[in-house]
Ligand binder design. Structure first.
Ligand code: ATP
Ligand code: ZN
Length: 210
């Protein structure tokens, strides 16, 4: 039997719930904080702990067979993976926000403006679909401070509670995509016996919750 590999986030917002759902599936493993790989003792599975941004491509290329990652990261990387199951955690929306006193309140009014984001691919698609010509400024983090510093007219970022936006004097005016953590596999592995077993166990954990 081939030992499968599943990639999950090493640390961050998805780490704890990813570990929890695998443990609830009856999988036994040590959650070493310092180790990047952990062997499941009662199932042919290894767990790889990675930066979330790397997970879609690792799964696409078959370095990992399975992965747990936010849909937003999959769409942003454009990776070709198979969606097996939505997992009900890591829920958030990607929204465009502007300063509280801004007169930008429609997508059309973003024409000719500068938008700061860590998600340039998703944003560009959205602007294109809406025939808006705006300049995208790619920033790797803390995009919320952009408008206050005069760096950008708007931002496009992940929002869950809206607290960070509010604290930075920003208001969202349009939601571009909703996201949650999903289980994905390398294309073609959907019907692998062990993959099916893991999906079934995850589904029964999710059913027991509702
Ligand atoms: P890494 O170090 O693995 O690259 P990161 O800093 O890119 O981590 P996190 O902030 O841990 O990422 O977020 C991981 C995922 O959690 C996001 O891609 C998104 O799918 C989800 N998420 C849910 N709510 C939020 C939120 N409020 N802010 C950011 N991400 C959120
Ligand atoms: Zn990341």
């Amino acid at each position: 039997m081939k030992t499968l590999k599943i990639a999950i986030q090493k640390s961050g917002r998805l780490n704890e719930k990813s570990v929890e759902i695998l443990k609830n599936c009856g999988l036994s493993f040590e959650n070493y904080k310092s180790s990047l790989i952990s062997t499941v003792t009662n199932f042919p599975l290894e767990i790889l702990f990675l930066r979330d941004d790397d997970i879609p491509e690792y799964v696409q290329d078959g370095i990992a067979d399975l992965g747990i990652v936010g849909e937003n990261v999959i769409v942003e990387t454009g990776a070709n993976v198979s969606y097996l199951q939505k997992l009900g955690f890591g829920k958030c929306s990607l929204k465009i926000a502007v300063k509280n006193d801004s007169d930008i309140d429609t997508v059309a009014k973003l024409d000719g403006k500068v938008i700061a984001t860590s998600y340039p691919v998703i944003l560009e698609k959205y602007l294109k679909a809406n025939q808006v010509n705006a300049q995208i400024r790619n920033i790797s983090g803390s995009v919320e401070i952009g408008p206050g510093l005069g760096l950008s007219d708007a931002i496009f970022d992940i929002v869950s509670t809206g607290g960070t936006l509010k604290n930075n004097g920003l208001k969202p005016f349009t939601s571009v995509m909703n996201s949650e953590a999903v289980l994905v596999s390398t294309p073609g592995l959907e019907f692998n016996t062990e993959v099916v077993e893991i999906v079934q166990r995850i589904q029964s954990v999710l059913r027991a919750r509702t």
